[in-house]
Design a protein around this ligand. Sequence first.
Ligand SMILES: [Zn+2]
Length: 347
Amino acid sequence: MKTNTKDRVTGILTSMGLDKISRLYYGGRGSILSFHRIVEDSSKRQRLNNDALEVSPAYLRDILQYIMRDYTIASLDEIPQYLRNKQNKRFVCLTFDDGYRDVYTSAYPILKEMNAPFTVYVATCFPNQNAVLWNYALEDLLLARQHIEVIIDGQRKSWCLQSVDNKFNAFEDLANLFFGADPERRNELCHSIFGAYDMDVGKYVKQLAISWDELATMAQDPLVTLGAHATNHVPLAALSEVDLAREMVDSKRSIEQNTRQSVHHFSYPFGSPGAAGAREFAQAQKAGYLTATTTRRGNIFPEHLEHLHALPRIDSGRNRNNLSFIKSQLSGLRMLLTGHLKRKVLD
Ligand SMILES: [Zn+2]
């Protein structure tokens, strides 16, 4: 089945209430939902994949209202106790990756009003304003032009950008170069691609990132937990052992110094199998984190008590504004239909 067909089938089965049955077997003890940004619906404007990082305030409210009926919203600190002792209700943890300002301006007021605990995983390059948000620069570049030509590693490459499909394909081609890049390589790519068009990549983090003051203010609220999301926001698997350790230790220390809150939780940038694996899971434990989360899709089962540094999550941004999609994942119905029933991801 194609993804769209699977989505439709999942939606129909969920609307028939099958998620409630699936939840008994595949819902685990709970789930960790991941978000990035909360932004008013931007569908009126053409986008190239970056909108997958966004959900609307109205959709966040819908998700919270649904969860509050059937689940307990828990903090990440509570996961071990939920796994040790079965509770009447399953738990859901809410996590926001990276450190976008709209988490403070748009998500926090809603979460506060609904008394919902949540975690912000901060990549310290966001509040330090040196994150390289190449994805936004790339989107703007490709949307503005009908053609681009750049020199990468001494080779001239060009993309025709006359149709929307062309633009999506070019975005994917170029994004793939960035996904596996360490900071040095990433800067080279920015120079080759954006330098050729006189674009200032640094302007995006200034527009979009949360400040240390905003983080420190928010973190005084008992509802808020701060976690770390590394310092440079690159795939950790691309780094040497020394740089990997530094990313985990320095981000923790920096958040603690800047906000005066202790940090016990980590999320792996990108979090996919190519970006974080057994070496990174072991290092997160060694760096003193209580839990660490990936972007592998799944619910949390009692056996995760032995694997608290490889916890799967559910991405709320994918297929956004479709509550049945969230329901189908929290219940495990979606995983059942797609064959993603492996509970632990240890490699
Ligand atoms: Zn991230």
